[in-house]
Ligand binder design. Structure first.
Ligand SMILES: O=C(O)CCc1cccc(O)c1
Length: 533
């Protein structure tokens, strides 16, 4: 399969780091037909992986590369979440409800299994070359203009071979201690928490009561995370307190002593690994240096309390990859790549602030404050719907871009991602919305479409949403679940210009003209739908 560039050792995109961010980028870029090289220092999937959850928006991204259904088979859904006091009594309970992205709202994962499926997904793309045990020693960017790109000096650590590769762009997804970020001299400001945590992955041998719900044990003496993870696993996390012997705490003996407090014995779990981690709040000073983009933990780090660290990296990959594809194909000017940081950084900051806030609730060590917390939240929790409100509207901040790649003037719909209900496509088949949208620019109308001459070009198809019960027809999609038309009405919109990531670029009320497309916009026609599960 040929990509945009042609020469051997000459790639459209080099992805450095093959964790969840890198492997998602490789899947997205691979599906776009670009010529990609992935460089990964390690020989195997990292078994001491950290993430244990993901969410519906991230599943929507993996749906785009045809992997959501397969991944979900290895995930746990519909698991409630309790904050419990030192005696195990819940004071705050939440059962996540969907936000309308077409997937379960919260899914627990076993990261090594997830990465295996994502890597197998990359193997579908002969245009993606994966070089394990290869490290990028040096990057050199050549000046803009014809032939501009990045030269990578790469060492194969198996045989110390040195290679020179070229790529038009680089995605550095090489983790929190990113060598690429250091090479670029980009700061990584923020803080690292004093308390380190021992993170324990176990295999469940015999279930115990409440083994299948996420519980934050908000015990001021020693808080703990106790979380079901799929494929027969269970995760525990405990802080290392002043006076603890860190090395001892990772031994089986110490771990069994820690979990014994929750009635768990050697008959219930087998310890797979216990690793010590620090929590950080950090942001790269810049997400872009010329043709190199920092993504995932290389760009930002947050504490784990709302299960969003990995998700943030996957969102980075999704935001960046379609823009790189458009620029490489000459469909959009290079300047749109600045919108990556403009869109991602504010959202990551907001999510990080939320994680910090929730962490404060969980890890409160002052007994009197913890007592007030418990009784106050217990009262609030009895207010009907509070738990769900917490999950729905305030738990994980929704990405709504205030700046970035969107038209002016902004409308109520601008910068939002359209929900993803099930719809009936033109061929009468019931599918998720994105499978009809097909990862491309598209105009979506309700009612009788107002002609939009500024958008009239082959690469921007139009679809009209018709009410549930309508007959499927060419150029329409039936809002069979009754979600899209009310959403458009609520956002005072009759026509939307959607970006390939299903975010709203521009919106107009009935009879009005959309603002024009971005400058230099020359989209090529794409196939009708690109994703099948
Ligand atoms: O502590 C962790 O590692 C993550 C805990 C977590 C997982 C999923 C959702 C959530 O709110 C927290």
């Amino acid at each position: 399969m040929s990509g945009v560039s042609g020469e051997d050792n000459d790639y459209d995109v080099a992805v450095i780091g093959y964790g969840p961010t890198g492997v998602t980028a490789a899947n997205l870029l691979g599906a776009m037909g670009l010529r990609v090289v992935v460089l990964e220092r390690d020989a195997e999937i990292y078994t001491r992986a950290r993430a244990i959850s993901t969410d519906e928006e991230v599943m929507r991204i993996w749906q785009r590369v045809g992997l959501a259904e397969r991944l979900e088979r290895d995930m746990l859904t519909e698991r409630p979440l309790d904050f419990v006091d030192a005696r195990g009594r819940p004071f705050l309970c939440a059962h996540p409800t969907p936000r309308g992205h077409g997937h379960p709202p919260q899914l627990f994962i076993y990261q090594p299994a997830l990465e295996r499926v994502l890597r197998d997904g990359v193997a579908r793309h002969p245009n993606v070359e994966v070089l394990l045990r290869h490290e990028c020693l040096r990057l050199r960017q050549s000046a803009d203009g014809a032939g501009a790109g990045v030269e990578l000096t790469v060492v194969g650590t198996a045989d110390d071979s040195v290679h020179r590769l070229r790529a038009s762009y680089v995605i550095a997804a090489d983790g929190g201690s990113s060598l690429i970020r250091s090479q670029l001299n980009v700061g990584y400001e923020g803080r690292t928490y004093e308390d380190r945590w021992v993170v324990i992955d176990t295999e469940m041998i015999k279930p115990w009561p409440d083994h299948d719900r996420l519980r934050f044990h908000c015990d001021p003496a020693r808080p703990a995370v106790d979380c079901p993870t799929p494929l027969g696993h269970h995760r525990w996390e405990f802080p290392i307190l002043p006076g603890d012997d860190e090395t001892y705490l990772t031994t089986d003996k110490a771990v069994y002593a820690l979990v014994a407090r929750y009635g768990i014995s050697r008959d219930s779990i087998r310890i797979l690994r216990a690793t010590v981690y620090s929590h950080h709040v950090r942001f790269a000073a810049r997400f872009r240096v010329g043709r190199v983009f920092l993504a995932g933990d290389a760009a930002h780090a947050m504490p784990p309390w709302i299960g969003q660290g990995m998700a943030a990296g996957v969102r980075d990959a999704a935001n960046l990859c379609w823009k790189l594809d458009a620029v490489l194909r000459g469909e959009l000017p290079e300047t749109v790549l600045n919108s990556y940081e403009a869109e991602r950084k504010p959202h990551v900051r907001e999510v990080t602030e939320r994680a910090v806030f929730v962490g404060r609730i969980i890890t409160e060590r002052r007994r009197p404050v913890a007592a007030v917390r418990n009784s106050g939240l217990r009262v609030l929790n009895r207010v009907p719907g509070f738990g769900n409100w917490l999950q729905d509207s305030n738990w994980i901040p929704v990405a709504r871009y205030a700046t970035g790649l969107q038209a002016r003037p902004r409308t109520k719909a601008s910068g939002r991602q359209i929900p993803q209900p099930w719809v009936t496509g033109p061929d009468g088949v019931r599918v998720r919305l994105d499978d009809v949208l097909g990862n491309r620019w598209l105009l979506l109308h309700s009612g009788s479409p107002t002609p939009q001459p500024a958008w009239d070009r082959p690469g921007v198809p139009s679809l009209t949403v018709t009410p549930a019960g309508s007959r499927p027809a060419e150029g329409t999609l039936v809002d069979s679940d009754g979600v899209l038309l009310p959403w458009l009405a609520r956002h005072r919109t009759a026509t939307l210009a959607l970006r390939p990531d299903a975010y709203v670029y521009a919106a107009a009320p009935a009879g009005a003209q959309l603002p024009p497309p971005p400058g230099g916009f020359t989209p090529a026609a794409r196939p009708t739908a690109t994703t099948t599960q």
